[in-house]
Structures are given as structure tokens and as C-alpha cells.
Design a protein around this ligand. Structure first.
Ligand SMILES: [Zn+2]
Length: 327
């Protein structure tokens, strides 16, 4: 696993300064969406704290163990299935009772700590109440509300913000082999974090994004049946979330473009394509359609019937956009 730390320089600088002043708390809670780099910051901090030279020298025993991904004093626990199970926490407690093998300071990373089951959370609470000497505990979570108040109160919170477009591009260059077009797609839809599935599917999703545009430009009643069948096939492939995301992006970008805010457009090539096909509905209609997409995303998220929700949306788009284009 790459040790590269991209972004979060200020957070890292403060953590390191706190360590150097010998004032690290026994536990941190790193908050922010998945894919921002919370675990990477923890790993690089653990490496630097324990490096013989106080950096990531890459040469000392400690750094070599980190590079191999098997440092016995950097302990990582995360959900197996839907939860972090009590047995995992019991195993962790067993290890913490022993002295560290190499480290000056052992670091424990509990990923997605909101997924601690109740029993596991209570067992982990005991660790937080009497933290082992020379150990740093780091919990990560997308949402602090999923954690027990008793756990929260014993952790110092650090909030992680999104990565800039430039930082994200650096990270993608270092970790992936995306072609330029796929890279542009990932950057446009990432919202400042690494989205693993989006990255894996990017080449295939490029095609889908174009197809979504074509659907929007050709809301011809004669094509309705074919379009509904296509939606059904998307659901079978588990792509309905991307369908809605792309649709929302098309409508949002076109609304910006046609209301004179082209600097806010994320996919300029897509807008150019829409213009070349003479697709220029009035902005209020685009915004109305955008709202409909958002409501459908909400309905699907709330586990409503996917096909019914998507078909309903398609009918409303036909109604909205055809009327607009005839006028
Ligand atoms: Zn080192």
C-alpha cells in the first residue's frame, strides 16, 4: 500500500507538532466521508512517530515493516460484513496487553468506528477508559452520530475536508492507471474524495454518461418503451445510481451554462455536445427536471421500487422537456 500523503498537510503538521510536544491524546476521532485519506494520515503518522529518524526514511526497520504492510505494532480493525465484531475487539485487547514488538508508540486504527456493534463498542470503551501506555488510538467515521456518546466523549475530534481537484489528480496519478478521459470523469464526479467503485468502473461509465445525455436529448414518445427497457437493464447491472448521478450532472451543468455561469460547469465537453444537438431548454425547466432527479434519488435511497421510481422520472422528464422544446 502506498504511503503517499496527499492533502491534509495542515492536519498532519498539527498532529506531528502535538506528538513532538508530547501532548498526543490517547484517542482521536477522524471525521469525514470515505476516501478522503483519514487512514493514510494515520498510517503515515504512525510511521513517522516510530521512524528512527523521525521522518519516513524508508530504511530503518520500522519503515521497512510499514512498507511491507505488516508492522506488528500498527493494528487495524474494520468492519467484517456489516459490523466490527466483539471477537475482533477481544483480539485487539489481547494484543494491547502485550508489549509493542518494535514501536516506540503503538498505533491502533479502528476504521468505520460507527460500525462497532453494541457489545464491541462497550468492550472498546474499556480500552478508551484505561488506554494502554505508549499507544495511540485513532477511530475514523463518516458520521459521529453513529457512535456511542461515551466513546465520543473520550476522543479528540479532527474533521477532514475534501481534497482539491489538484490533490485528487495527484492521488489518482499515483494510484491508478486511468486513461485521460476516464480520469476527467472521475475528477468531475469525485467531490474531493477517492471513490473506489467509480474509479474501477470509470471506463465503462464514460459510455453510460454519454448514453444518459442522448436519452435527455431524445425524449421522443416513440422511444419511451425502449428507454424503459434500457432503465430495467441498468437496474439489473446495479447502475441506476450512476444513471441518476449523470442525469443530475447534465441538468445542473446545462442550467449553469444557459444562465451565464459557464465557469461552474464541470463537464464542458458534455455541454458542447448538448449545444451541438440543439438541446437548449429554458433554465427553469432544467431546474425543475433537476429537482425531479433529486427526488427520485431520495426515493431510491429510501428503498422504494427502483424501476417504478425511474419510470416515473422518465415520464416526468418527457412531459417537462418536450413541452419546453416545442415552445
Ligand atoms: Zn525510518
Amino acid at each position: 500500500m502506498s504511503q503517499i500523503l496527499v492533502g491534509h498537510q495542515e492536519i498532519f503538521r498539527q498532529l506531528w507538532a502535538t506528538h513532538q510536544a508530547d501532548r498526543l491524546p490517547s484517542a482521536y476521532l477522524f471525521l469525514g466521508p470515505k476516501g478522503l485519506g483519514k487512514s493514510t494520515v494515520t498510517r503515515v503518522l504512525a510511521q513517522r512517530i516510530n521512524c528512527d529518524l523521525g521522518q519516513e526514511c524508508g530504511v530503518c526497520e520500522n519503515c521497512r515493516l510499514f512498507a511491507s504492510g505488516s508492522h506488528p505494532d500498527f493494528l487495524v480493525v474494520g468492519p467484517t460484513g456489516k459490523q466490527i465484531k466483539i471477537a475482533q475487539i477481544q483480539g485487539l485487547i489481547g494484543t494491547l496487553n502485550l508489549k509493542p514488538m518494535y514501536a516506540k508508540k503503538r498505533v491502533v486504527l479502528v476504521k468505520e468506528a460507527d460500525k462497532l456493534g453494541l457489545e464491541a463498542a462497550n468492550a472498546f470503551l474499556k480500552v478508551l477508559e484505561e488506554p494502554p501506555l505508549d499507544s495511540l488510538l485513532v477511530l475514523t467515521s463518516e458520521d459521529e452520530h453513529g457512535l456511542l456518546e461515551t466513546l465520543l466523549s473520550r476522543c479528540q475530534k479532527v474533521s477532514f475536508g475534501p481534497l482539491s481537484r489538484l490533490e485528487l489528480a495527484q492521488l489518482l496519478e499515483a494510484r491508478t492507471q486511468l486513461e485521460p478521459e476516464a480520469m476527467e470523469l472521475v475528477l468531475a464526479y469525485s467531490e474531493g474524495r477517492l471513490r473506489k467503485e467509480l474509479i474501477e468502473k470509470a471506463p465503462e461509465l464514460l459510455g453510460l454518461e454519454g448514453q444518459v445525455g442522448q436519452l435527455l436529448f431524445r425524449l421522443d414518445p416513440a422511444k419511451l418503451v425502449d428507454q424503459m427497457e434500457w432503465l430495467e437493464s441498468l437496474i439489473k447491472q446495479g447502475l441506476e445510481g450512476y444513471f441518476l448521478e449523470f442525469l443530475a450532472r447534465w441538468l445542473r451543468d446545462l442550467s449553469f451554462e444557459f444562465s451565464g455561469q459557464s465557469e461552474r460547469v464541470r463537464r464542458p465537453a458534455a455541454v458542447a455536445l448538448a449545444r451541438s444537438q440543439g438541446f437548449e431548454p429554458p433554465v427553469p425547466v432544467l431546474l425543475d427536471a433537476f429537482t425531479q432527479v433529486g427526488e427520485t434519488q431520495g426515493a431510491i435511497y429510501a428503498q422504494a421500487g427502483k424501476l417504478l421510481a425511474l419510470e416515473g422520472l422518465l415520464l416526468r422528464l418527457h412531459h417537462l422537456l418536450q413541452g419546453a422544446l416545442v415552445l
